[in-house]
Design a protein around this ligand. Structure first.
Ligand SMILES: C[S@@+](CC[C@H](N)C(=O)[O-])C[C@H]1O[C@@H](n2cnc3c(N)ncnc32)[C@H](O)[C@@H]1O
Length: 408
């Protein structure tokens, strides 16, 4: 029989391994790793341990290396177990004796004695982590002069952002939910509350959507005809377009994710036409007044929520995504009615997926203006928008996005 708490630690070890060795996302890996764990709390604990280990990996490794004579190989099992032990102790507040009792049984023999010794050394020294996580060196190099601000934002879990169906009711919902608003139709709450229990969920008054993720649809303006939302599922941006009065066609390659989109539209009582297709070979029967291309991307702008992106995304992934994004945007640009608007968005922090893509588009730019954005954000000199988690620090930051807009 397993000792209590061990299955959650074993699952956390599987999660870490799936991300770091097989390049899976935490979400993909969670499906397999937590199979067989009955209690929801244990499944959540496994994920929390792995996520904190990934968020603080370079700092945890520095502590481990400070307590060993020879550095342990990067993929050695004792290093992986120590990463989890330290994440529990230093990030989740688990007392050291409980960490030892529940995680050390993952190892046997010499490796177990080694990990025990390193952990004992670090607890005796009262080791601590820096004020915020250090980025892996390759990531810090890619993010250049924004790396420090983004790293600072990584220390805190992101707030819970809601988008209201009726932006005219912003003040009422801010009061009712006890949050703050950074834009019309936006309410920000501290994370922690179960979403389904918040007032307004059942009645379809709002949906969960990061503030940055709500900006692309806002930049298409109030509904004035037909809108095509490409790569639309699960539908946060399509809901915004429908709520703004656009007649929305939502297209996505994943039938399963489109089921979630349909459920979301049903909950919000908004109309939508759904198309299951790949943007790479779909041929529209009509032209559109507005197109939103929320392209598939490396999602490195969501690193606060998904710290696995800090470790699995390589220059090869970024190049592959950039090629796909360029192909999708080139097709899409021909599907606008005269005078129609196209918005391109990615939740990536990488210039290859943002600025470099936008610079190659032949349509007429429709520069984003500061008045269209929440206070504290400003467009680039080219009229694009680049956000990252280090922006709006007093309000709790926002995801990293790149957004550009053109007119046919
Ligand atoms: C970032 S998510 C979109 C989020 C969505 N726009 C929202 O606001 O809720 C990316 C989506 O792109 C879809 N996708 C990826 N490649 C695609 C393609 N070639 N054609 C159509 N959809 C694609 C995926 O199935 C996924 O649902």
């Amino acid at each position: 029989m397993d000792i209590p708490g061990l299955p959650a630690r074993r699952a956390a070890l599987k999660l870490l391994d799936a991300v770091l060795r097989r390049g899976e996302t935490l979400d993909q890996a969670a499906h397999n790793a937590v199979q067989g764990i009955a209690a929801d709390a244990d499944r959540q604990l496994a994920r929390a341990i792995a996520a904190e280990a990934l968020r603080w990996l370079p700092d945890l490794d520095a502590l481990i290396d400070s307590a060993t004579r020879e550095p342990l190989p990067d993929d050695a099992k004792p290093r992986a177990v120590l990463r989890l032990m330290l994440a529990q102790w230093l990030r989740l507040g688990t007392p050291p004796h409980a960490v030892v009792a529940t995680a050390l049984p993952l190892l046997m023999g010499g490796p177990k004695r080694l990990a025990h010794g390193v952990f004992a050394t670090l607890t005796r020294r009262e080791a601590s982590l820096p004020a915020h996580p250090s980025l892996p060196a390759a990531v810090a190099a890619r993010w250049g002069d924004r790396a420090g601000a983004i790293a600072a934002a990584l220390a805190l879990p992101p707030a819970l952002d809601l988008t209201l169906k009726d932006a005219g009711e912003t003040a009422q919902w801010v009061e009712r939910l006890g949050g703050l608003s950074l834009a019309p139709g936006h309410v920000r709450l501290p994370r922690g509350e179960a979403v389904e229990r918040l007032p307004g969920f059942g009645e379809g008054a709002w949906w969960v959507q990061d503030l940055a993720a709500s900006l692309p649809a806002r930049l298409l303006g109030p509904g004035a005809g037909t809108a095509l939302d490409l790569c639309a599922a699960p539908g946060g941006k399509a809901l915004q377009l429908a709520a703004a009065g656009w007649q929305v066609t939502a297209l996505d390659a994943s039938a399963k994710r489109l089921e979630r989109l349909r459920d979301n539209f049903a909950r919000m009582a908004l109309p939508v036409e759904v198309v299951v297709a790949d943007v790479q070979d779909w041929e529209p029967q009509e032209r559109f007044d507005a197109i939103l291309l929320d392209a598939p991307c490396t999602a490195t702008g969501t690193c606060r929520r998904h710290p696995d992106v800090l470790h699995r995304i390589t220059p090869t992934h970024i190049r592959g995504m950039a090629e796909l994004q360029q192909r999708l945007l080139a097709r899409t640009a021909g599907w606008l009615n005269p005078g129609g608007r196209l918005v391109y968005a990615v939740c990536s922090q990488e210039r290859e997926e943002g600025e470099d893509i936008a610079a190659g588009v032949a349509l007429t730019p429709l520069p984003i203006r500061a008045e269209e954005l929440p206070a504290g954000l400003s467009p680039t000199p080219e009229g694009w928008l680049r956000t990252d988690p280090g922006m709006l620090p007093e309000a709790g930051g926002l995801d990293g996005f790149f957004i550009a807009r053109w007119q046919a």
